[in-house]
Design a protein around this ligand. Sequence first.
Ligand code: FAD
Ligand code: 2HG
Ligand code: ZN
Length: 483
Amino acid sequence: SPGATKVFRDPRFAKLEESDMQHFQEIVGDKGVIVDSSELEVANTDWMNKYHGQSQLLLRPQTTQQVAEILKFCNSRCLAVVPQGGNTGLVGGSVPVFDEIILNLGAMKSILSFDEVSGILVCEAGCILENLDTFVGTKGFTMPLDLGAKGSCQIGGNVSTNAGGLRLLRYGSLHGNVLGLEVVLANGTVVDMLGTLRKDNTGYDLKQLFIGGEGTLGVVTKVSILTPPKLASTNVAFLACEDYESCQNALKEAKKQLGEILSAFEFIDRPALDMALCHLEGTRDPLPSKHNFYLLVETTGSNEAHDKEKLDAFLEAGMELGYFVDGTVAQDSTQAGSFWEIREGISEALVKAGAVYKYDLSVPIKSFYRIVEDLRAQLGNAAVVVAYGHLGDGNVHLNVSAPKYDEQLLAKIEPFVYEWTAACKGSVSAEHGLGFMKPHALHYSKSEEAIHLMEGFKKLLDPKGILNPYKVLPACAATSTCF
Ligand code: FAD
Ligand code: 2HG
Ligand code: ZN
């Protein structure tokens, strides 16, 4: 696959045999065993159509017990497994590299309980994020995370990638919002950590290991999550700035003026907006003239008049100080939706445009756009560099778009981007994880000692290394310690 270190199939993993198939049929029944080539092709291919596995078997368990029996058997046979949710991950983590069995959680989609006072939701891992949001919405709550892939990603996948998204600025990360998990370990042990408590300091907080574990330490089967109230008043402004300095100033001003009602502060540069306008049907530029940078600023609060007053004060101050040169506030939810469609659709537009190299970086706010400019200078006319992302969280999505994947182009991007990130003490993966794309880059953001500790956890929880092999941990570490 383009962009990843060359790996070879680990010969210590067994190959599927007819007797294995019979055993799986006994566990999950005919419906849960999928060998149909077209279904397999979909499950073997990632969202970007960039990473392709060759699995011959897709399993769809319906209960935790079935997941446990599958893993117990795979572990005893040394059959490798890739856990899969909605398959919307952007680092090649959710598809097999070779012939790993795909364990898709999509059939485990029951809501187990909802507490209408605390807002605590307990559900199975295969629930689709948008369905959960609709469900809690009927009770007056909202999910604490939102992302462009909400229509297909699953809460188990969100937890396993520690997905950030568009409202992290307001509600914080899943490390805080997830209150409990049920997880099945590689040997089939079911670990019940499915608490529903806000506070629980009874020793090590083990669930945190699986939040962002990317399916390498266990399979998440149930999730308990805190949902905030759904508030009545939402405003979305689409603002234009001429330079990056002004975007930073606008963020500072937004925090100061909007305080607790600020719910998103998103950044889009002109080439990223052009990408969306060019490739997404029905989109149009929200502003009459072109500018260098755009901000999507959202407020969510409980009092419309109060929120409007605050937003107006922010917009007035920003205009007066010269931070924005133009802007518009959505007049209704349809217009607000059209602004969000542009922001959330950039990833899809990039896939439509051709080959794409994605860098999901955390960098100090002052360096947020410098890396984009430096990469543009480094690549010249070889590719189009676009940037967007969660400015409020210091998370830039630096994307390189080219007509096709090309090793020479890649050699100009990497390790340049990773070295640049490491030099400013940033993270080479802010929210998408490492998957298959980035294990070789882990050392740019984690010390040798920390990587060693990660290997230790892997060895403890999955000694045979059957769970999502070739992912997350650097290749040499994964093979030398897991068997
Ligand atoms: P998958 O893609 O199926 O899997 C992702 C990883 O988790 C894999 O390593 C897989 O093995 C593992 N996994 C999945 N389910 C389980 C489970 N039950 N137990 C153990 N391991 C499991 N990410 C962000 O952080 N912020 C964003 O704003 C954002 N926006 C996106 C927008 C679009 C249009 C797309 C396509 C993706 C976006 N993503 C974003 C990427 C993101 O990681 C996910 O969309 C989402 O969290 C993955 O969920 P999924 O169910 O699709 O998981
Ligand atoms: C987003 O914020 C997602 O839109 C996807 O995290 C980013 O595609 C990307 O690079
Ligand atoms: Zn993002």
